[in-house]
Design a protein around this ligand. Structure first.
Ligand code: ADP
Ligand code: MG
Length: 694
């Protein structure tokens, strides 16, 4: 223990932080913080630095006193300045905090989930004795206001009140509470993030917002739990008293890339198979879905956002929706994407938190009953990827906020006097299950997955994945799943079974090994996003324009409402940029344009092909119902009604099918329509092969 910590600080600060102190004095009191790097202190005196970690309360106070001792060339007293420590050696997750850490200076890594408004907090209360008029002060250090057992400080009076709180003479400081949650990338799959409340005061207050990634250096404190019913508990809760905040880089691109990495990355890009290689590195344990994986690769790099001269912003992030039958690996794909994207958040539409997908104002104990803003998944995934599973189950409030979140990439909260706009610059990867369990090809998509066409049109690509039995594909999937499971079995058993050899495991693993290691892929993606900003060539532009116009003309043809919007064109541009980025090229060529148009066309075909004509009918996406399907359903109902009337009872199936065929509806198609009508309760089959309208 050094004899005089104040002297020690004075020596350290005046020798190593002279310049910083002068700068502080210059702009004081607008600036009130002197930032001291912990490694500097360690180099100066390792024991003293260790002591600071152990007894931060006293030593930080000593540092503040030392500031007053230092000779300054100007006439300033730094009595309200703070010494703030940054770059602590060790960072903790909330779940690692133990009783031993209480009272210590520690760093917490996390993601800001909730933040209260900045409000004044009383730190020194002025009380006026109502008997003698004397004013004295009581420091307010805790969370509870202390006005009990006061005694007049006037020796002559010395009475116990009554006292009056004099606000004008009391001292206040700006204060804010935030709640940080563990960063998702540091959690092992499936772990629920834990949270920690943090108090920030003075110039730290009001600097951070929900969605920010931060390192909070501070003193861990505890307070006693108590409830009105049970009184004080023996259990204590933790909170963090912030001493300094370090904002982590706001980027997907926070991945470190060394010059050697850069060389490897450039070599990778030169490989003509680069698209293949990246595709094969996405969820290798999942068989098939080449088209989806290709799109996911594009999503990883995405386009880039642009600001137009008039202030408008065009998003660069690519949104993808996977719709389909249960059990076809949608959730698995989502989880894998989160694993390889540095800033991924996985959540289910039926989210357990009140903030849900977007954000909300909540009234909870953090803000002592005041409204606080809580960030949802899309804010927390800012500059990353938000994977939203079971999107069909999200609630209506989220649904309406999503329109803004997906296009403008902001989320506005205006509730109970709290107004805020949070950023949600992320790519959305969503999965939705059809309401009735299975997907009905002949029904419009939008209502089946409980989304509005307006929301659907905000996705750049929509994949419809149906689980159709196909002997060949089924056996391939089966083999693939069995092989991956076998590999998993071997690598699990090796821990206790010495007979299993590493080379056998490696051999079994090859089926599910990614072409590019996840770590390497992440660097590649980060590099592409950081360094490559492609522009469209003349030909690519022309190609997109023509394709778009051709889609529009189709829409005009058969007196449909105009279905294709300019959004689709923007989507094509984004996809084109992403495609160029994937091979680290700074121009979007006609080949890029052709490749992404093909991908989009394939998606549109799945979503928007009229089952009867086989023609691309974008009307289906926009309004949900294809015209011919609608007509045929109506026709079938008419036929059944007519036949029932003729037969004076139920309509025999055979006769109905014959009539339908006469009117140009194939038997198989007619049977499908009948099945659907039966299921949705429009007709019934009171006797075998006899139909009746309901
Ligand atoms: P969904 O979310 O579509 O309902 P899941 O992602 O939960 O389906 O997948 C169910 C299981 O089936 C997973 O364990 C997944 O690995 C497996 N599975 C389904 N399709 C495939 C496939 N094509 N390749 C490998 N595994 C598959
Ligand atoms: Mg699922």
């Amino acid at each position: 223990m050094s004899a005089d910590p104040v002297a020690k600080w004075e020596e350290f600060l005046s020798s190593r932080y002279e310049k910083e102190i002068l700068e502080l004095a210059d702009s004081y009191p607008d600036k009130r913080s002197l930032y001291v790097s912990f490694p500097d202190l360690t180099r100066y005196d390792p024991d003293f630095a260790d002591q600071l970690l152990e007894e931060p309360e006293q030593l930080l106070e000593a540092a503040q006193s030392a500031l007053l001792e230092i000779d300054l060339p100007m006439d300033v007293i730094l009595d309200k300045a703070h010494v703030r420590i940054v770059e602590l050696p060790e960072h903790y997750k909330t779940r690692e905090l133990r009783a031993d850490h209480i009272g210590k200076l520690i760093s917490i890594d996390g993601l800001v989930r909730t933040a209260t408004e900045v409000r004044p907090k009383i730190v020194s209360a002025a009380f006026e004795c109502q008997r003698c008029g004397y004013t004295f002060y009581r420091e307010q250090t805790g969370t509870k206001f202390e006005d009990q057992n006061l005694k007049c400080q006037n020796q002559a009076c010395d009475r116990g009140g009554p006292f009056k709180l004099i606000l004008t003479k009391s001292k206040f400081v700006d204060a804010q509470k935030i709640r940080v949650q563990e960063s998702p990338e540091e959690l092992r799959g499936g772990e629920q993030p834990q949270t920690l409340d943090v108090e920030l005061e003075d110039d730290l207050a009001g600097r951070i917002f929900p969605g920010d990634r931060v390192i909070i250096n501070g003193i861990l404190k505890s307070y006693q739990r108590s409830t009105p019913q049970a009184g004080k508990s023996t259990y204590f809760d933790l909170f963090h008293k912030g001493n300094s905040i370090e904002l982590k880089e706001q980027e997907f691109e926070e991945v470190d890339i060394s010059p050697e990495d850069e060389k490897i990355i450039k070599d990778m890009a030169r490989d003509p198979e680069i698209y293949e290689n990246i595709r094969k590195s996405i969820a290798p344990s999942i068989y098939g879905y080449e088209d989806v994986k290709e799109a996911l690769a594009l999503q990883l790099v995405s386009g880039f956002s642009k600001r137009l001269p008039d202030g408008a912003r065009i998003r660069g992030d690519i949104h993808i929706l996977l719709v389909g039958d249960p059990g076809i690996a949608k959730s698995q794909l989502l989880r894998y994407m989160i694993k390889i994207s540095p800033r991924g958040i996985y959540t289910s539409g039926k989210s357990s938190t009140s903030a849900g997908l977007t954000a909300t104002a909540v009234k909870d104990e953090l803000g002592d009953g005041r409204w606080t803003i809580e960030a949802g998944a899309l804010v927390l995934a800012d500059k990353g990827i938000a994977a939203v599973d079971e999107m069909d189950k999200m609630d209506n409030e989220d649904k309406s906020a999503l329109h803004e979140a997906m296009e403008q990439q902001t989320i506005s909260v205006a509730k109970a006097g709290v107004m805020a706009t949070l950023k949600s610059r992320c790519s959305l990867l969503a999965a939705a299950n059809p309401k009735l369990g299975r997907f009905d090809k002949y029904e419009p998509i939008a209502p089946q997955i409980n989304l509005t066409p307006a929301l659907m049109s905000r996705f750049d690509l929509i994949f419809v994945l149906t689980d159709d039995p196909d002997a060949n594909r089924d056996s391939q999937i089966a083999r693939h799943i069995l092989k991956s499971n076998y590999a998993g079995e071997l690598s699990t058993q090796v821990e206790w079974n010495p007979k299993i050899l590493q080379k056998d495991i490696d051999a079994a693993m090859t089926v599910i090994m990614p072409e590019i290691e996840p770590e390497q892929l992440r660097k590649y993606v980060a590099y592409a996003r950081k360094k490559i900003f492609p522009t469209l060539t003349e030909e690519a532009r022309e190609y997109f324009a023509n394709y778009y116009v051709s889609l529009r003309t189709q829409g005009h043809d058969s007196n449909k409402p105009v279905p294709v919007t300019a959004r689709m064109l923007e989507a094509l541009i984004r996809l084109g940029e992403a495609n160029a980025r994937l091979r680290l090229c700074s121009t979007v060529t006609i080949e890029d344009a052709q490749r992404v148009t093909k991908i989009m066309e394939a998606c549109l075909r799945k979503v928007g092909v009229d089952p009867d004509t086989g023609l691309l009918d974008v009307d289906i996406i926009a309004t949900g119902v294809s015209k011919t399907t609608r007509d045929k359903t109506k026709l079938m109902l008419d036929i059944i009604r007519d036949v029932s009337k003729e037969q004076q009872g139920s309509a025999p199936l055979e006769i109905v099918l014959d009539k339908a065929e006469e009117q140009g509806i194939e038997r198989s198609r007619a049977e499908e329509i009948i099945t659907r009508l039966k299921r949705d309760g429009s007709i019934m089959e009171p006797k075998h092969k006899m139909l009746r309208l309901v």
